[in-house]
Design a protein around this ligand. Structure first.
Ligand SMILES: *Cc1c(COP(=O)(O)O)cnc(C)c1O
Length: 393
């Protein structure tokens, strides 16, 4: 069984590039060049230098003493929350802006829902002095005002998507339309392990720095590279893909994925894609997605904006279908409780996305000697208003 993408861009039954004819030249340019570019020594050197000096990597692997005691197992947190901009997303945008430069592109477009990927993209565009246009649903622009302000402060132009439900899906359509019209000078930075091939693989490789570091950090702390489990939350699946990557072919490492169950898997308000989803096509790839019987994509729901997505990346659909990964879904309430627990046991306020991963202890019993590494994908500053409302702080 292989968990690497094949020549055609598939992970088992999932993946591929289902794109309009007009987009073919753009995606083909990327497909035929991305591996050569990212394996070039000069690329690697610049990527790692920026991860070190700009992002602040390596991110610590922190042994969470009180959390471990509480759940009677050995818990390590991979601290992506300490990265510049507060989450893992910047690992990918740094990689992609360098690819764009190698391809001679001088204009970047992106789509964003909650604004986190928009901010990570605007950040690297400012760093490189490259024009940045972020498409965002009109409703999301109103809901996510602080991130809109951040993008503007960083010099990006935020263009509202005014069609359809005026959210992420519509912003994506606008971005694709823009790319079709600007095939020569523009690179489209996708923010998760989704999209047409080669995006899921490219994003996964950039995020794989997470598991690369876990291996040597754990060797230092535990005398072995492989933990017993790696745990991550899944929106589109990029922090998870990066956390799993170097362990995919190591059968002694259990892979655990945590999705957002919203108000309950069967409540009609959730984002538990693997449980509820069926094979379909979204954002240019074949994967599991939540849809009606006649194939209309269902509106997802989660208290956490980053997990509020109706699909999962094709790698994760493959991990689910082959049972290489164990999938759990966590409700809003359980995630919020786990976020409060981490804050008060360890003095770390997590992003609500990461709080879903931290709620894994409700569903899974670990042994006292198990080493469990949880991806703390982001910090909770952006979610303070939601925590305040929820806990009446
Ligand atoms: C965007 C985001 C996620 C979800 O995205 P993935 O691609 O699934 O990793 C998770 N955590 C944080 C903090 C995020 O900003």
């Amino acid at each position: 069984m292989s968990y690497q993408v094949d020549e055609k861009g598939y992970y088992g039954d999932f993946g591929g590039a289902y794109i309009p004819e007009m987009l073919y030249p753009n995606v083909e340019e990327l497909r035929t060049t991305y591996l050569d570019i990212i394996n070039e020594p000069s690329f690697k050197e610049e990527f790692h230098q920026l991860l070190k000096d700009y992002v602040g990597r390596p991110s610590p692997l922190y042994y969470a003493n009180r959390l471990s005691e509480k759940h009677n197992t050995k818990v390590y947190l991979k601290r992506e929350d300490l990265n510049h901009t507060g989450a893992h997303k910047v690992n990918n945008t740094i990689g992609q802006i360098l690819v764009a430069k190698k391809l001679g592109k001088n204009r970047i477009i992106a789509e964003t829902g909650a604004g986190q990927h928009g901010v990570a993209t605007a950040t690297v565009c400012a760093l490189m002095g490259i024009e940045c246009i972020v498409y965002m649903g009109e409703i999301d622009i109103k809901r996510q005002a602080p991130n809109v302000a951040r993008m503007k402060m960083l010099g990006a132009e935020v263009r509202p998507a005014k069609s359809g439900s005026k959210t992420l899906k519509d912003a994506t359509n606008e971005a694709i339309r823009d790319w079709i019209n600007n095939p020569v000078d523009t690179h489209y930075i996708i923010g998760s392990a989704i999209g047409p091939h080669p995006y899921p693989d490219m994003v996964t490789r950039f995020q794989s720095i997470i598991s690369e570091e876990i291996k040597w950090q754990l060797k230092e702390k535990e005398g072995r590279e492989n933990p017993d489990y790696v745990v991550a939350c899944i929106g589109g699946g990029s922090n998870a893909a990066g956390t799993y990557y170097h362990f995919l072919d190591q059968p002694d490492v259990g892979i655990i994925a945590v999705e957002a169950a919203g108000k309950g898997v069967n409540s009609g308000e959730s984002a538990a894609t693997s449980q509820l989803g069926k094979e379909g096509i979204i954002h240019g790839c074949k994967t599991l997605l939540m849809q009606t019987t006649d194939g209309q994509i269902t509106e997802p729901y989660s208290i956490s904006a980053g997990l509020d997505y109706p699909g999962v990346g094709p790698l994760h659909s493959h991990l689910y279908k082959t049972a290489r990964g164990e999938f759990f879904s966590v409700t809003d309430n359980d995630a919020m409780t786990a976020g409060l627990e981490l804050s008060q046991l360890e003095g770390i306020i997590p992003a609500i996305e990461s709080s879903h991963a931290l709620a894994v202890f409700n569903d899974k019993k670990f042994k006292p000697e198990d080493v469990v590494v949880i991806s703390l994908s982001g910090r909770g500053d952006k979610d303070l208003d939601t925590y305040i409302d929820y806990f009446k702080l």
